[in-house]
Design a protein around this ligand. Structure first.
Ligand code: ASP
Length: 583
């Protein structure tokens, strides 16, 4: 038997018991007459004690040869500690060791394996298995496992079936680039890895399994923007004989359950906002509503006053930053520079300070009377001490710019508290969006998304105006889930493909199997998929998804631990009939 107990559970209640523990040597403190060793496993740390008086000589010799991260097994007696450590559950006891076996030796680890480490990111990724021994990493993986269990239990108890779908498939409709896998048995042909199980879950609905879910790996070969992973996990779900309302209800229930169980956070009803309202109020389709700073439009108040920048702008829009009227010139200049960076791209920033003494000071004093500025103050409901920040320009550009500023200020003002949760639904997304490069419409969600029935007529006349039965769940400024009611009518689906610029042959080649299935009785259906990594991270009070993935890839899409991707041998290439052309 390797252990009678874990390293995290012995307390005063166990004093005088004989125990066997196994684990890793975290630290060794040798005071000459007494040596303490911290023994660590997944569950915690237990202090071992060896001393001149009580420990057999040969064991003392053995202890002197131990090194950090050796795996050992000890037998000993639980005794009370003289100097107690109130910070850990085992802090009142230690083990007087009678027998010690080295199960495995260790090289000196490349970084300190403690809560605070001296290892840089790259080094820790290379030795991820050592990093996983550290609490901050280990705890996140344990948390992730808990989230997965809760999701499984919740959905299973609501009659969802957990069904796996294949990984070697054909291109899926999510619109990103596919990862492809050459087929040895079918030379010159390739599988695509699923960007999501979208088509399969719809086929399961046609198969009559009316509630499906899967915690599933998805693959998208995208340039890795900050904190994206080329392979990531979704909680993928689909239901039949439902309407949008049923889906929102079911998955709001799931999210509430997770918030309650994991964070003891109770939320009554998730607010809902339409896509167009979200854009107008927050310049963003995944608004962070943990704080206010909603957009206020000032076209009426600020146009036609001879200030050319505003007179020519399509939209003049600002935010109210509470209690910041005392920002210095330097701070405002810095913010102006911030919005002018290419990443944001604003041309300038206008401020209006409503000072504590009720005076008004702005960067556009020259062009506006105090009375006019007062109107602006009134409209924004500003109190003395508040600051207004205003951008102007083309509506489509200025809204995202102001959104970036809003988020930045919230960050600086500490309004993005990770322990506060503000979920909402964004609904009524446009069905299509215009792709400038391709000069055609593309599906905003994916081509199986159903238009709102009342907007179907617009498909012919004004496709850009058609709204979809599509929805996103947003949590703390992140899109954590998205889905739609699907088209289940084969003619409407065909029309959709043609709107998206597919010829009949192309649609047939790519999605013929699904179109064909629709000919055999497709139930009305719809679904949603959650980004499991991000949802977990946010529930854990963090935003970096990499920390919640056991073996993540770096920003270049590499696994630096196993060193992948990696060239394959000539023999393998030959078998696949692939010839690599060297540049
Ligand atoms: N397949 C979609 C996605 O991955 C989700 C859905 O429509 O259910 O975004």
């Amino acid at each position: 038997m390797y252990r009678t107990n874990t390293c995290g559970e012995l307390t005063e209640a166990n004093i005088n018991q004989k125990v066997i523990l196994s684990g890793w040597v975290q630290t060794i403190r040798d005071k000459g007459f007494v040596i303490w060793v911290d023994l660590r496993d997944r569950y915690g740390i237990t202090q071992l004690v060896f001393d001149d008086q009580r420990t057999p000589k040969e064991i003392l010799e053995q202890v002197k040869k131990l090194g950090r991260e050796f795996v050992i097994q000890i037998t000993g007696t639980v005794i009370e500690r003289t100097s107690k450590n109130p910070h850990i559950p085992t802090g009142n006891i230690e083990i007087l060791v009678e027998k010690l076996t080295v199960l495995s030796t260790s090289l000196v680890p490349p970084f300190v394996i403690e809560n605070e480490t001296d290892g840089g990111e790259e080094l820790r990724m290379k030795y991820r298995y050592l990093d996983i021994r550290r609490n901050p990493v280990k705890d996140k993986l344990i948390f992730r496992s808990k989230v997965a269990q809760l999701v499984r239990n919740y959905l299973s108890s609501h009659d969802f079936l957990e069904i796996e779908t294949p990984v070697l498939i054909k291109s899926t409709p999510e619109g990103a680039r596919d990862f492809v896998v050459p087929s040895r048995m079918n030379p010159g042909q390739f599988y695509a890895l699923p960007q999501s199980p979208q088509s399969f879950k719809q086929l399961l609905m046609i198969g009559g399994l009316d509630k499906y879910f899967q915690i599933v790996k998805c693959f998208r070969d995208e340039d890795l923007r900050a904190d994206r992973q080329p392979e990531f996990t979704q909680i993928d779900c689909e239901m039949s004989f439902i309407e949008q309302e049923d889906i929102l209800d079911t998955f709001e229930g799931l999210a509430k359950h997770l918030l309650k169980e994991l964070r003891n956070y109770k939320i009554d009803k998730f607010p809902r906002i339409t896509y167009s309202e979200a854009m107008r109020k927050y310049g963003n389709d995944k608004p962070d509503i943990r704080f206010g700073m909603e957009f206020i439009e000032f076209n009426e108040e600020l146009k036609k006053s001879g200030f050319k920048v505003f007179d020519e702008a399509e939209l003049i829009v600002g935010i109210k930053v509470e209690n910041c009227a005392d920002y210095t010139r330097k701070q405002l200049d810095e913010l102006t520079e911030w919005v002018k960076r290419p990443q944001v791209g604003a041309r300038g920033l206008v401020y209006i300070k409503y000072n504590k003494d009720q005076s008004i000071k702005s960067s556009i004093d020259k062009f506006y009377t105090e009375e006019k500025l007062k109107k602006v103050i009134q409209k924004s409901n500003a109190q003395t001490g508040d600051l207004l920040l205003i951008l102007s320009g083309e509506a489509q550009k200025v809204r995202p710019q102001l959104s970036a500023l809003r988020m930045e200020l919230a960050e600086r003002l500490g309004l993005r508290n990770p322990d506060v949760f503000a979920p909402l639904w964004v609904v009524d997304f446009p069905l299509l969006e215009w792709d400038e490069e391709e000069n055609r419409y593309v599906a905003m969600h994916h081509p199986f998304t159903s238009p709102k029935p009342e907007d179907i007529a617009l498909l012919e006349t004004d496709p850009g105006k058609v709204r979809a039965n599509a929805y996103d769940m947003v949590l703390n400024g992140n899109e954590i889930g998205g889905g739609s009611i699907r088209i289940h009518d084969k003619d409407l689906q065909a029309k959709m493909f043609s709107l998206l610029g597919f010829t009949q042959e192309e649609a047939e080649a790519q999605f013929g199997f699904l179109m064909n299935a629709f000919k055999y009785g497709a139930p009305p259906h719809g679904g949603i998929a959650f980004g499991f990594d991000r949802f977990t991270a946010i529930l854990g009070g963090q935003e970096v998804i990499r920390d919640y993935i056991a073996f993540p890839k770096n920003n270049a899409g590499r696994d630096v631990m196993i060193d992948a991707p990696y060239p394959i041998s000539k023999k393998q290439l030959d078998e696949l009939g692939i010839n690599i052309i060297k540049e």
